[in-house]
Design a protein around this ligand. Sequence first.
Ligand code: SF4
Length: 246
Amino acid sequence: MAETAKILCPDKKVLIPDLNAGCSLADECPEDDFKRFINQNPDHYVISYINCSAAVKAQSDLICTSSNAVDLVKQIPKNVPIIFAPDKNLGRWVEKESGRSMKLWPGSCSVHETFSEEAVIKMKIKYPESEIIAHPECTEVLLNHADFIGSTSKLLNHVQRSSAREFIVLTEPGIIHQMELIEPSKDYFDVPGIDGCSCNECPYMRLNTIEKVICSLESLSPELELEKEISLKALKPIQRMLEMSK
Ligand code: SF4
């Protein structure tokens, strides 16, 4: 996210309160391996989910978000083969929704892979009136249980519009705080990880504490720097996404 802000606004200062606050999904798609993958499939149009590194964006034709991925894939002519990276779970869901078959990079988010199907079933038994809502980065087996699947913004809109009063939330549980703010009269339940652990919480996001944000604002550091060449190349597929999303 910080890299995308810097790519879009190269003249502005972008601070990262903790430089280790990366993303497991981005880490699972190393630049050189991705280059090899593209070279092995030279005639493919490359679509990358925004949760990837600037170097991977720079090798892509189009960037998408979980909100616009289905719509963008549908806009690519049917005779053009597509590579979709780096999230295979999101890619599989997009395939289903768009009716397109794509070559998927085999990456995933370690947080969304952690949710336990058994725990979801037990919670549904405990709260039978609840709706199960899920982010498409979840595995297919979990998405099959969901009443509603959508991006972060779509999940937030959904809890406001839905007639349900209770929700079992299958995504990073930090979203529950926002749900409670926008729709405080409803109840939200997060799902524990496999073996009841709390690894459903993103360890990377949790590194950005309020203390580090204050410290970063006071010292105006650490500042994110990007190679100019990568930044310029990565800007094109982001601009293409913005144009195609109008
Ligand atoms: S939850 Fe964490 S690891 Fe997963 S995609 Fe988001 S930032 Fe990356």
